[in-house]
Design a protein around this ligand. Structure first.
Ligand code: MG
Ligand code: MG
Length: 277
């Protein structure tokens, strides 16, 4: 025992306050933390399931935001997005050619035939859950329907690659192959991310093959938000003058799905799964 530890006999921290274990900057969560993240994920899943029913022609995206915020709070969490880097709402709502970070607006009405993306996050007991769905409002065009289905398929193809020992490139390759096999482009300037104590934390979970980003090896206890964005036309995007809403440069349709996923020794667990557990 050295001099300092005699002065500070109580230096051992309780388990819940321990220093997080990180590998290449990526935090590995403990069982207790994972249990909390499962609850955060289930709050997000519940809200998105309800939003999918609630979103009807004639409502505004601001109505959806108010609904989501009320439900997140009723379920004992706080909205992860509200105030994040100044974002003013609890959901990102994007219609048709809008790609990500759409600010819900009172004057933005939902219409039959719209492809609506709703992304939301819940902060519960110190941890975030993050998930996004695309909703077809009434019957949509064939291309919208197919784009939406392929975006969801691409997410699950990526998730199927999640297990300890695989790498981020395995996830990215599966997503890329799925999107390109149907002729869709993948938005490259927005990626998935680690998620946990912070809404966005390392690593960047890219959706296409690249050598520009670290190809992290997956380890049990990592928690990743996987969120491919597929466009019917160009992969390129631009940001509107509200400095948040991102749209496709060619005004083509865009679709996205996202889940918060835990890496396990043998595979994965979808923490934001909307199916009954
Ligand atoms: Mg999200
Ligand atoms: Mg995310």
């Amino acid at each position: 025992m050295n001099f300092l530890s005699q002065l500070l006999p109580n230096r051992t921290q309780p388990p819940e306050r321990r220093r997080p274990r990180r590998v290449r900057g990526v935090e590995l969560k403990t069982e207790t933390e994972i249990a909390t993240m499962r609850q955060a994920g289930q709050i997000v899943a519940t809200v998105l399931k309800e939003i999918a029913e609630y979103a009807q022609p004639g409502q505004s995206t601001a109505d959806l935001d108010a609904y989501a915020e009320a439900r997140i709070r009723e379920l004992g969490a706080t909205p992860s997005f509200k105030g994040y880097h100044g974002f003013p709402a609890s959901i990102c709502a994007c219609l048709n050619d809008e790609v990500v970070h759409g600010i819900p607006r009172r004057r933005q009405m939902i219409r039959k035939g719209d492809l609506l993306k709703v992304d939301t996050g819940a902060y519960y007991n110190g941890f975030h859950g993050d998930s996004c769905i695309t909703i077809a409002v009434g019957p949509v065009s064939d291309i919208a329907q197919q784009l939406m289905e392929t975006a969801e398929k691409a997410l699950y193809a990526g998730i199927a690659q999640v297990k300890a020992g695989n790498t981020l490139l395995d996830i990215a390759g599966a997503i890329e192959d799925c999107a390109h096999s149907e002729g869709y482009s993948i938005v490259e300037n927005y990626t998935g991310h680690g998620v946990g104590r912070n809404l966005h934390e390392p690593p960047s979970v890219f959706n296409f093959r690249t050598k520009q980003l670290p190809n992290v090896k997956l380890l049990a206890g990592m928690t990743l938000a996987i969120e491919p964005i597929l466009n019917a036309g160009s992969k390129h995007t631009r940001t509107l003058s509200d400095r948040w809403t991102v749209v496709t440069v060619d005004r083509s349709l865009s679709a996205q799905f996202e889940h918060t996923v835990l890496v396990t020794e043998t595979g994965y667990e979808i923490l934001s799964d909307r199916r009954p557990l």
